[in-house]
Design a protein around this ligand. Structure first.
Ligand SMILES: [Zn+2]
Length: 245
């Protein structure tokens, strides 16, 4: 294969390879976005379930305090009945003292119950709001995922085609060049460079005499310093073959 032909095939290979890499990047971005949206759905559901837990906890507090209130009421009613049957002054005073104490307990319990009711009402309100918010948010995330999954499928098809076409292009390039070229492409943007003034035009390493001979014959070689592919342009080959004196 002549050097210009090889250069053209390698350039084609570079383009095919770049296309493959570009599609891979798109797929990775798509994948990351799908993941992000799934995570967002999880987070929204966690927030909702936290609100639900808060309602349950507030409800439990109300239930407990209501039970306390019932117990206090029962005690009060027992003592009130007892008081009516008592005839002795000192006994009556003792019961009245107890009743007074219970009445204070009842007030405290009522205040706590009122606060607990407020907490419960607020928690329920927040939960209801979060429910509708969650519905809206997750619907949007699901919509995003659906769209991204479609895009992903499209890119996967594109990748399959690009890989097949890269394979075809690579078939036209001599085997020894394909892997070296692919490796080179990962590290530099200009894997093929000309020889200018007897040196690699990328790293300025001087070409050794035996390589110069092969380059003059039109071979493509690897630079011994930077490993880029080096060649002499046909004009330079002519100049080297018929130096003007
Ligand atoms: Zn070089």
């Amino acid at each position: 294969m002549s050097t210009p032909e090889l250069i053209s095939q390698l350039t084609n290979l570079a383009q095919s390879h770049a296309q493959v890499e570009e599609i891979k990047k798109k797929i990775a971005t798509c994948d990351a976005l799908i993941h992000e949206n799934k995570k967002a759905i999880d987070n929204a559901n966690i927030t909702l379930s936290d609100q639900r837990d808060m309602v349950a906890a507030a409800q439990k507090e109300v239930d407990n305090l209501e039970l306390d209130a019932e117990v206090i009421q029962a005690k009060e009613s027992v003592l009130n009945k007892k008081l009516k049957t008592i005839t002795k002054q000192r006994e009556a005073e003792a019961v009245e003292k107890e009743l007074h104490q219970i009445s204070r307990e009842r007030s405290t319990c009522e205040r706590m119950l009122e606060r607990a009711w407020n907490v419960l009402t607020l928690a329920k309100k927040k939960y209801t709001a979060e429910q509708s918010e969650n519905k809206k948010k997750t619907a949007l995330f699901h919509q995003n995922i659906e769209k991204l999954t479609l895009e992903y499928t499209g890119y996967a098809d594109e990748l399959e085609q690009a890989l097949a076409s890269e394979k075809l292009v690579a078939l036209k390039v001599p085997n020894e060049w394909v892997d070296r070229y692919k490796n080179m492409m990962e590290s530099v943007s200009d894997p093929i460079v000309q020889i200018v003034g007897g040196s690699c035009s990328a790293c300025y390493y001087s070409v050794v005499p035996q390589d110069a001979n092969r380059l003059r014959k039109g071979d493509m070689l690897s630079c011994r310093s930077c490993y880029r592919f080096i060649y002499l342009s046909p004009e330079q080959q002519n100049k080297e073959a018929n130096p003007a004196y």
